[in-house]
Design a protein around this ligand. Structure first.
Ligand SMILES: Nc1ncnc2c1ncn2[C@@H]1O[C@H](COP(=O)(O)OP(=O)(O)OP(=O)(O)O)[C@@H](O)[C@H]1O
Ligand SMILES: O=C(O)[C@H](O)[C@@H](O)[C@H](O)[C@H](O)CO
Length: 229
């Protein structure tokens, strides 16, 4: 068992009898689930960074860079879109919630697999709306809660952090126009901003300004990782 996991178990042992129901401990990289009369169960979940933001904000660029720096596997969300979605975007039509849902569920499965195998990983996914992020974390369960309940209780999972790349429309549009050979048209950027719901703090989000270089952004993420360890 890892040193950190041992420390976590020691810390929570005295409180175990007072716990009324199963609950996740949110601020730890290791997931600990405890319930009355049961030993805390340690599940193997290391860190998963989901790089999010509108099209053209630099997700793929940062994902590749970070994956190389950290030696973590990279899951590129675009590779999981069904062909119809890619064709739709290439025609200049924005995706709807219905188009995105099966894609988000597939990405949820990837996150689940990584969490249960205890590996670190990076995922690139626009994750524009809060509900999309909840589907990434909780799968179809996120759809069965009312928005109030979901807003209160289903906003984060231990060991999964959203890295939100933010910047102005003009900066991102200029980068998209300069980019070559990508199916996503700059004309779709406005619709991406229309749908975007920036992540709130309780969603385990780190906000990263895209005016900085990829290397600078990467350093901040490495610092974040050091602080959590
Ligand atoms: N920090 C940065 N500084 C300057 N240019 C950048 C930076 N990050 C990315 N770029 C450039 O911006 C463009 C968009 O980046 P990228 O393709 O990584 O965005 P994306 O969010 O993955 O887009 P999409 O969601 O459409 O696939 C690319 O041409 C890339 O080289
Ligand atoms: O949610 C969405 O609308 C899509 O994921 C888009 O963000 C594209 O996949 C991406 O931007 C193109 O690479």
């Amino acid at each position: 068992m890892k040193g950190q996991a041992r420390r976590v178990l020691r810390h929570y042992a005295p409180y175990q009898n007072n716990l009324q129901s199963c609950f996740p401990v949110h601020d730890l990289r290791w997931s600990v689930w405890a319930s009355p009369g049961h030993q805390a169960i340690l599940t193997p979940s290391e860190m998963i960074y989901v790089i999010m933001g509108v099209s053209g904000c630099g997700k793929t660029t940062l994902g590749a860079y970070l994956s190389h720096k950290l030696g973590w596997p990279l899951h590129e969300g675009d590779d999981f879109h069904p062909r119809e979605n890619v064709e739709k975007m290439a025609r200049g039509e924005p995706l709807t919630d219905q188009d995105r849902l099966p894609w988000l569920l597939k990405l949820h499965d990837v996150i689940q697999r990584e969490r249960s195998s205890g590996g670190d990983a990076i995922m690139v996914c626009s994750a524009l709306r809060r509900l999309y992020r909840q589907v990434l974390l909780f799968g179809s369960e996120a759809l069965t809660y009312s928005s109030d309940t979901a807003g209160l209780h289903m906003c984060s999972l231990p060991g999964v952090w959203f890295l939100f790349l933010y910047g102005t429309y003009d900066l991102i549009h200029a980068r998209m126009v300069a980019r070559r050979g990508h199916f996503m048209q700059p004309g779709l950027l406005r619709s991406q901003f229309d749908v975007l719901e920036p992540p709130a703090e309780e969603e385990n989000a780190l906000l990263l300004d895209i005016r900085r270089s990829t290397d600078d952004i990467c350093r901040e993420i490495q610092e974040h990782l050091r602080q959590l360890s």
